[in-house]
Design a protein around this ligand. Structure first.
Ligand SMILES: Cc1ncc(COP(=O)(O)O)c(C=O)c1O
Length: 373
């Protein structure tokens, strides 16, 4: 499958071999217990109980694993995957490096939980500088980071981590496996929220971890089976169904982000514009070298909260919502969630609307919002 293009891989990922009379993607299997063989018990069939065993979930894992180039385990949400990864790998006395500018609930989990069980947490900005990694158990990076969109050179950091005996995990949420393949770049683990562009329809929560290390996958599987952080069958099925259009969705989102970035770059009232696909962006050199395509997410500053509200209120195609990577264009003023960002900082996630419509709508909404009052 790896020799095919992204569209082909998205459409075919994880599908079973064609069987006459059967659907392309089998429907969700809803089961808590399954029938057992009275003589052999659980050893007699692949499915015994729904927490460890679900065929719908397994097909989704095959799909995401193919796209990431590793063995995948899906979780009930991105946070379930990240916290599962951290708690599976870290023990009291270990040191973990986490992004200081990444998704803030990860930092909250680190200070509220990891530190209280004796894990040493060091926060590092995505762009670095990264300290000496000797004695570090795990480095988790988010690239591009949410919401600031800085990037880190994964291959270079992977080489440093390997030399120091540390594990490197990359949060691939913003990039998606079509945008970036961290395992190919040398990371030991990929972790992500599948809630965003991976599934893209703003209708489910999902997370996953993928790795080429059988030992790490086994440990994570054990963690998931005992904590029970599994997605339900219907969400797993919806997610798999949504993967088929990922190449098309990401293509339009990225084209829209490029056009919106060009518009915003020319507007004097917009400051701090970030989109890693702009040659002027500080992240461009590393992003364009390691990423296979650019995300549909950009960020900028409109000066204050009131002006952000006027902008979103005036727009017909931009709605106020958190999360990103969906079909609809959304704007989120991150400070309202407690993110350490300026009051007028906006994360804009471009949807799949027609580019010309979206650019015209955003230009008109900026005009209507007027200057900072
Ligand atoms: C980069 C990143 N990682 C992880 C998560 C957590 O994912 P979830 O909301 O699916 O738990 C998010 C959510 O926004 C995110 O942006």
């Amino acid at each position: 499958m790896s020799e095919w293009g992204d569209g082909t891989r998205s459409v075919h990922a994880g599908l079973p071999e064609p069987v006459p009379g059967q659907p392309f993607l089998p429907g969700p299997v809803f089961a808590a217990p399954y029938h057992l063989d009275p003589w052999q018990g659980p050893a007699g069939a692949p499915n015994g109980y729904g927490r460890p065993d679900n065929p719908t979930r397994r097909l989704l894992e095959a799909a995401v694993g193919e796209l990431e180039g590793g063995e995948c385990r899906v979780f009930a949400s991105g946070q379930a995957a990240i916290t599962g990864l951290l708690l599976t790998l870290l023990r009291p006395g270990d040191t973990v490096l986490l992004p200081s500018d990444g998704y803030f609930p990860v930092r909250a989990f680190a200070t509220e939980t990891l530190e209280t069980i004796g894990v040493r947490v060091v926060f590092v900005p995505t762009v670095g500088p990264y300290p000496d990694l000797d004695g570090v158990r795990l480095v988790l990076v988010e690239t591009p980071a949410n919401p600031g969109l800085d990037v880190v050179d994964v291959a270079a950091l992977a080489a440093r981590a390997r030399a120091a005996g540390a594990l490197l995990a990359v949060d691939n949420t913003t990039a998606t496996p079509l945008g970036q393949r961290p395992l190919d770049l040398g990371a030991d683990l990929v972790v992500a929220s599948g809630t965003k562009a991976l599934t893209g329809h703003s209708d489910l929560l999902l997370g996953y971890v993928a790795s080429r290390s059988a030992k790490l996958v086994e440990a994570l599987t054990g963690w998931r089976n005992t904590t029970g952080a599994v997605p339900g069958a219907f969400d797993a099925w919806l997610a798999h169904r949504s993967l088929a259009t990922m190449d098309l969705r990401l293509g339009r989102q990225s084209a829209n982000a490029e056009a919106v970035a060009a518009l915003l770059a020319g507007r004097a009232e917009v400051t701090g514009l970030r989109w890693p696909g702009r040659p002027e962006d500080p992240a461009y050199a590393v992003a364009s070298a390691q990423m296979r395509r650019m995300p549909g997410v950009l960020s900028f500053d409109l000066g204050d909260a009131d002006r952000v509200a006027r902008f979103v209120d005036a727009a017909r195609l931009v709605v106020a919502a958190t999360s990103f990577g969906g079909l609809h264009t959304t704007a989120d003023r991150r400070a309202q969630w407690g993110d350490d960002t300026a009051p007028g900082f906006v994360r804009l996630s471009c949807g799949v609307e027609d580019t010309v419509d979206l650019v015209a709508d955003i230009a008109a909404a900026l005009d209507a919002a007027g200057p900072v009052r």
